[in-house]
Design a protein around this ligand. Structure first.
Ligand SMILES: [Zn+2]
Ligand SMILES: [Zn+2]
Length: 316
């Protein structure tokens, strides 16, 4: 175990009561630094990303779990207490939206911990990273590669994981032609992964600025929201919450290829648009990741979180 950190006050952005952000519901307050609990590490926060979900929490669109919560679920920090052999003192770790699972429910047993019946959510059901220090479950604190600086790493811990998981669930293989339908926070990070995998990327998205961004990030083709790419695709991932987009994505695929649907209309909730025809070829061996059975809930499981950091091809 690491050295005990003397109990001191820390600064944190505390949500007293959700309300419109124009009313400044987050208050920077001095509160006691969290006390170490068994199975946890105490982290000195170096950076924390800001996600749309934080806004939903702060404004009360997601019903409050706890009064006085500290939001923030893209935490980069270093371990100052509770260190283990795997996570020695000073290890730089990332903590994301899923702050813990029970490990015992049916979903956890099926390697679907992202659908756990009794999860904890960082910055929502437990305090998050808008603070000088944060407590995180040891098994949900992931060492970060040194090549990524703090500010690069933080957004990977939510949008990055979601994008990466989408590629994994869609079964993307190296060198394939992949369509991204919608091009927001997750997709614009996923394209970097696809390029590392030598994939050709076709982007259909609403909004000229998103199309420009896709082109500048190396998309082989860029079109409007429901436009069909000029070639048949091996995989398509829809990030836009629109049924028309799903149809366009399906129409762009080679026969029998995979289409995965991401992007819940409400972040981190289930995918609502789930047409019965979205799915993988029936011969899929990886039926546990068939979007028909494993829809929505986009934050990835541990496997996504650790491999998203270095663009490794997903484990099969
Ligand atoms: Zn998020
Ligand atoms: Zn569970």
């Amino acid at each position: 175990m690491g050295e005990r950190v003397p109990k001191i006050q820390m600064k944190a952005a505390v949500l007293a009561a959700p309300q419109d952000v124009s009313k400044r519901p987050l208050k920077i307050s001095l509160i006691p630094q969290p006390e170490l609990k068994p199975g946890h590490v105490l982290i000195r926060v170096r950076a924390c990303g800001i996600c749309r979900t934080d806004l939903h929490i702060v404004e009360g669109e997601l019903p409050p779990h706890r009064k006085g919560i500290i939001p923030g679920h893209q935490i980069v920090g270093e371990i100052v207490d509770g260190s283990t052999t795997d996570l020695p003192p000073g290890t730089r770790v990332g903590v994301s939206w899923i702050g813990g699972v029970d490990g015992t429910c049916w979903y956890c047993q099926q390697d679907l911990e992202n659908l756990c019946d009794a999860p904890t959510f960082t910055g929502y059901s437990v305090d998050g990273g808008y603070a000088e220090y944060a407590l995180a479950r040891t098994d949900f604190a992931f060492p970060l590669p040194a090549a990524l600086d703090d500010l690069q790493a933080a957004p990977l811990l939510c949008a990055g994981i979601i994008g990466f998981r989408s590629l994994r669930v869609a079964g993307v293989e190296r060198g394939e032609r992949v369509g991204l339908f919608g091009f927001g926070a997750s997709a614009h990070l996923a394209i970097a992964v696809l390029q590392a995998w030598k994939c050709e990327v076709y982007v259909a998205t609403r909004g000229a600025s998103h199309r420009q961004l896709a082109a500048s990030l190396g998309a082989a083709w860029v079109g409007s929201e429901t436009e069909r790419p000029p070639v048949k695709l091996d995989r398509a991932v829809t990030f836009a919450p629109s049924g028309d987009v799903v149809v366009a994505a399906l129409a762009s695929l080679r026969k029998g290829r995979g289409c995965d649907q991401r992007n819940p209309p409400r972040p981190h909730s289930g995918v609502r648009l789930r047409p019965p025809f979205v799915g993988r070829a029936p011969d899929s061996k990886r039926c546990e990741h068939d979007p028909l059975r494993c829809p929505g809930f986009s934050p990835g499981c541990k496997r996504d979180q650790s491999s998203a950091q270095d663009h490794r091809l997903p484990a099969r």
